[in-house]
Design a binder for this molecule. Structure first.
Ligand code: IMP
Length: 430
């Protein structure tokens, strides 16, 4: 079957971008299916590091076409900036190489202002959003009052719709949040300009990909965020407003289930999270600082989009097993194994304790995780640096045991392990 799907199994930032980059070599299309510029993919090629938020990271390969599906929310200003950044780095970006679904919804300054106002009002109960307008853009989509990319094909009418949208937002900002209103005229003009620049890129992504697959071409579906941030299956309400899971890929690209071959789940060798919400295996102090890194290296645990230090902890295999279930994973990729080198002992959360009971499965999904105390399995660490290892059998025995333990705990075969940020710092397994 010609469709492979890459999903994050944790709270995002698993290293999907580099897995997609690697798999892109063998596909014709790379298609983003959810989220917006809340995502951040860091891809390192030689001495160049790209930070992409919207454009599918596969576009860095000269032969792949990037598609942005209907499940994505697009901030046109950010998209245009990214297209320019890629061009400046020598990547060809043209309508022949990038297609935006006519049914993708747009993010406007109105949505960003509402995101900020809402988070401000939540106070202590805030979600810790990326403040990119994601929630309000999806809210308007569901309320059937959003603006879709296809609207940009008629710039005049689009400008008018934008003016009305900002006026509606201003009403809410003034009366609900006592916040400053926005300049609807200026924003309408700005967006009319974006419409002229982007209209050549708008297409029917579902039709494009289906035709391509019928011709025998291959498609890689690239998810943003991760399973535990899924609106339905994540740690609600501390989630994003889209579906980063496998069903989200089909819905967000307009494709049927019959095309799917592999569902590749990406997990870090440990656990991270940005923003608020429960995290049972979270670490603090020296151990946390050790896993997080200092922020000197682009792949240290600091948010690509917001620069916030990520919360870090031991791998949680209860949640990984859950992710394997709700995504229907066929295989796993474990990233950042190198970060664990030098730790004397490693822990994996294998169950929770609550009300005197030991639980190996979550009774009601991950929303109420806060009440669970992790039960750990302890494994010996390894001291060798593994960044130069390229063959499974050359990994230290303890590193192999750690990976095999992960495989055993979640019931999905591990097909690849990454040991550094470079394209070639991977170990393929069997
Ligand atoms: P939003 O998607 O900006 O509404 O943020 C909702 C939650 O998802 C917050 O906890 C964010 O930190 C988190 N989030 C959104 N995008 C990402 C991502 O790409 N990586 C990690 N966390 C994310």
């Amino acid at each position: 079957m010609p469709l492979d799907i890459v999903v994050g199994t944790q709270w995002g930032d698993e290293g999907k971008g580099r897995v997609v980059d690697l798999l892109s070599a063998g596909v014709d299309f790379v298609a983003r299916f959810n989220g917006g510029d809340n995502a951040g993919h860091t891809v390192t090629v030689g001495d160049k590091t790209f930070k992409l938020h919207l454009v599918p990271s596969g576009i860095i390969h000269p032969h792949t076409i990037g598609a942005i599906g209907n499940g994505v929310v697009v901030n046109p200003a950010i998209l245009l900036q990214e297209m320019e950044m890629l061009r400046a780095a020598g990547v060809t970006v043209s309508p022949a190489r990038l297609v935006i679904s006519h049914a993708a919804h747009l993010i406007t300054p109105g949505h960003i202002a509402l995101d900020k106002a809402l988070e401000g009002q939540r106070g202590q109960g805030k979600i810790g959003t990326t403040l990119r307008g994601i929630g309000p853009a999806y809210t308007e989509k569901v309320a059937r009052s959003g603006l879709r990319a296809g609207g940009m094909l008629q710039p005049e009418r689009f400008g008018q719709a934008m003016r009305q949208h900002i006026e509606r937002v201003n009403h809410t900002l003034r009366h609900l949040y006592q916040a400053e209103p926005l300049d609807s005229e200026r924003i309408a003009q700005e967006f009319t300009e974006y419409a002229h620049l982007l209209k050549g890129y708008i297409g029917d992504v579902s039709l494009l990909l289906t035709h391509a697959m019928n011709r025998g071409q291959r498609v890689l579906a690239e998810g943003a965020q991760g399973t535990l941030l899924d609106l339905d299956h994540g740690t609600y309400p501390f989630v994003t407003s889209s579906n980063p899971t496998t069903p989200g890929a089909l819905l967000g690209l307009g494709l049927g289930v019959n095309w799917v071959e592999r569902v590749i789940g990406v997990t870090k060798a440990f656990q991270t999270r940005v923003g608020e919400g429960p995290f049972p295996s979270e670490l603090n102090g020296d151990e946390a600082a050790r896993l997080r890194g200092t922020g000197d290296k682009p792949w240290d645990e600091f948010g690509v989009t917001t620069g916030r230090p990520r919360r870090v902890g031991w791998l949680d295999s209860v949640l990984l097993r859950y992710a394997a279930r709700v995504n229907g994973l066929t295989e796993l990729v474990v990233t950042k194994l190198d970060v664990l080198s030098g730790l004397a002992a490693l822990k994996i959360c294998v169950a929770y304790r609550a009300d005197g009971q030991e639980l190996r499965e979550l009774p009601f999904g991950p929303a109420e995780l806060g009440q669970f105390e992790p039960i750990y399995l302890e494994l010996p660490g390894w001291s060798q640096d593994v960044m130069d290892v390229r063959r499974w059998e050359d990994l230290p025995e303890q590193a192999r045991a750690y990976v095999l333990q992960v495989e055993d705990l979640c019931g999905v075969p591990v097909r690849m392990v990454s040991v550094g940020p470079e394209r070639d710092q991977v170990i393929e397994i069997g």
